[in-house]
Design a protein around this ligand. Structure first.
Ligand code: SAH
Length: 228
């Protein structure tokens, strides 16, 4: 990653990374990526003092930027390498996308709130994330054109495992997704596409905003798919 990123040695970033390490995150590539992504640029101005705290924060439209520990867990669980083409469902602030970008070949990310996507695109441009392609739309339908994907990360909780999305995985591909009701218990689930079919494992209990089918009512006129 180039330009705009804080030095990993900035004190609040270093404190957060230490906290993640203590919480059991051992993947150094993930920790290095998170140290470099300036989370303070992904939160609303009112919350900037808490940008480096290990908490989820509101980003408007009833949505949140995920807790750093959860971002770290999900990114590590995805086992992503620089050869991988990744699909993310739920761009939100763009923070998770920015953590993935330096760890993989290309990230495709979809968001159903146009205003959030617009802000996220500005951040991707400011940080010169050249391997991010974003789109406004309903992620539950996937993104068939660039499929198959080596990795799929869903950052909003579906009531049931989103099987439409797992069909977009390449052989050997991995999908990580929170599954469960909005107010009920949710589990982070990892799905592997093997020669024998899909293998599913439960990872850790989580709490996410819901994956919502369709687009918000009265959306503004759709914008062209943006590519940075
Ligand atoms: N990855 C984000 C997390 C945002 S919260 C971040 O790091 O900030 C989850 C996001 O998923 C919200 O922005 C929400 O609007 C979006 N979302 C929910 N259902 C969706 C759907 N069907 N298609 C695309 N995005 C969806």
């Amino acid at each position: 990653m180039t330009g705009g990123a804080r030095s990993p040695s900035s004190a609040p970033a270093a404190r957060l990374i230490e906290e993640l390490r203590r919480a059991g995150i051992a993947d150094e590539r993930v920790l290095a990526a998170m140290a470099r992504v300036p989370r303070d640029q992904f939160v609303p101005a009112a919350f900037v003092d808490h940008a480096w705290d290990n908490v989820a924060l509101p980003i408007g439209h009833g949505q949140t930027i995920s807790q750093p520990l959860v971002v770290a867990l999900m990114t590590a669980a995805l086992e992503v390498t620089d050869r991988h083409k990744v699909l993310e469902i739920g761009t939100g602030s763009g923070y998770q996308t920015a953590v993935l970008a330096p760890l993989c070949r290309r990230v495709f990310t979809i968001e159903r709130h146009q205003a959030l996507l617009h802000e996220a695109n500005k951040r991707f441009a400011a940080l010169r994330l050249g391997n991010v392609t974003s789109r406004f739309g309903d992620g539950t339908k996937g993104w068939p054109e660039p499929a198959p994907f080596d990795r799929i990360l869903v950052t909003a909780a579906a009531a049931k495992l989103p099987v439409t999305l797992q069909e977009l995985l390449a052989p050997g591909g991995v999908m990580v997704a929170p599954v469960g009701a909005e107010k009920g218990k949710q589990m982070l689930v990892r799905v592997r596409r093997t020669d024998e079919g899909f293998k599913t494992e439960d990872l850790v209990a989580v709490r996410f905003v819901p994956l919502v089918e369709g687009l918000p009512r009265n959306p503004r006129r759709p914008v062209e798919a943006a590519s940075t």
